[in-house]
Ligand binder design. Structure first.
Ligand SMILES: [Zn+2]
Length: 157
């Protein structure tokens, strides 16, 4: 990213998920938006993500099941598009991108982000890190459009 140590406040978890029941992820959003007053939130996934791969397979992975179910929900939401893709690798990459987009939506569902958008135009970005090329790819998610769609149902503030 070309930034110095301390410039980016980072939270990491399996498959870049932002479930609303994850107290750690919710606390990170609250701390960074309300207290550090960040103006940009980046959801950064990566191609060849093992978490997304696991969610694409029929396997009982114990305690990982509820976490991975969130990714299966992303597949369900976008199944018409994903099922049109014949190439398994292309489908895998697309699910990774759609998962990033859905996690951006989960970020927008929080009161802190909705409030900060109104007050100072905080923006949410979706990126994918290509671990083969080393490139960070901006998915150019249409934040305004996502926000409008989300606010219709999830407006808190
Ligand atoms: Zn991963």
């Amino acid at each position: 990213m070309g930034v110095n140590p301390g410039d980016v406040f980072v939270h990491r978890n399996i498959a870049n998920m932002v479930p609303n029941t994850d107290l750690s992820a919710m606390s990170v959003i609250d701390f960074s938006v309300v207290h550090l007053k960040v103006n940009h939130i980046v959801i950064c996934g990566h191609y060849y993500c093992g978490g997304v791969k696991a969610a694409m397979q029929a396997a009982d992975l114990g305690i990982l099941n509820p976490w991975l179910r969130n990714i299966r929900d992303v597949f369900r939401i976008h199944k018409d598009e994903l099922n049109e893709i014949q190439d398994e690798e292309v489908k895998y990459k697309r699910l990774i991108e759609l998962n990033v987009q859905e996690q951006c939506i989960n970020v927008i569902k929080t009161a802190e982000v909705q409030q900060a958008y109104r007050e100072r135009n905080l923006t949410v970005h979706g990126w994918v890190f290509d671990i083969h090329s080393g490139k960070l790819i901006d998915l150019k998610i249409n934040f305004k459009k996502l926000l409008e769609g989300v606010m219709e149902i999830y407006r808190i503030t």
